[in-house]
Ligand binder design. Structure first.
Ligand code: FES
Length: 101
């Protein structure tokens, strides 16, 4: 695992998501309440930008064709055997880090 500083919590309002890049990876980072969650930012359906999706509760809707995922688990909301890759997030002194394999 490698740890990467990707955001500052105070720049990230609750209920929001954002697309970020770390090296050659696209990461979708979400803030749900005071917790942060990270998942692979490339939608497994056809490559849509999950970090640009609409966030409601802990659910993000891909802006391209509407697939929905729980950002906490990466699980597809209608087809639970589809589980998108998620990554551990660490919040430390207002800094948000993601751990990537
Ligand atoms: S690319 Fe995400 S739903 Fe199609």
């Amino acid at each position: 695992m490698s740890r990467h500083l990707i955001a500052h919590a105070d720049e990230f309002p609750p209920g929001s998501g954002r697309e970020l890049t770390v090296g050659d990876r696209v990461i979708a980072l979400f803030r749900i309440g005071d917790e942060f969650y990270a998942m692979d930012g490339i939608c497994p359906h056809a490559g849509g930008p999950l970090g640009q999706g609409y966030v409601s509760g802990s659910r993000v809707t891909c802006p391209w064709h509407g697939w929905q995922f729980d950002v906490k688990t990466g699980r597809h909301c209608l087809t639970p055997n589809i589980v998108h890759e998620t990554f551990p997030v660490i919040l430390e002194d207002g800094d948000v880090y993601v751990e990537l394999p």
